[in-house]
Design a protein around this ligand. Structure first.
Ligand SMILES: [Zn+2]
Length: 96
């Protein structure tokens, strides 16, 4: 699976596994579940199956599709690269 930071560091576009011309926008900060942010995805599995379970009153369980799980697993690496590229206060240090 592949993905990249979209228009803000918490929004990640994840390529579809079945069609590399298709992609889903993952928003990492949507839908708090207790202290945790579940996140959202535009894929059919999240929208049709997981989101209704997530929004059930009293739900305490996170519900994440494979795109959301992938984005969360790789988020820090992508976000740090994004900040390094766009934040003028971060400077390049000598490479090892
Ligand atoms: Zn998804």
């Amino acid at each position: 699976m592949k993905g990249k930071v979209w228009d803000s560091p918490t929004r990640i576009m994840v390529e579809s596994e079945s069609d590399s011309n298709d992609a889903y926008l993952v928003e990492l900060t949507d839908y708090p579940v207790g202290e945790v942010l579940n996140g959202s995805c535009q894929c059919k599995h999240f929208v049709c199956k997981l989101k209704p379970l997530l929004l059930k009153p009293g739900n305490t369980v996170t519900r994440r599709c494979k795109h959301l799980l992938w984005a969360r697993e790789h988020a820090l690496d992508m976000i740090l690269h994004h900040f390094k590229k766009h934040d003028k206060n971060l400077h390049d240090e000598a490479t090892i």
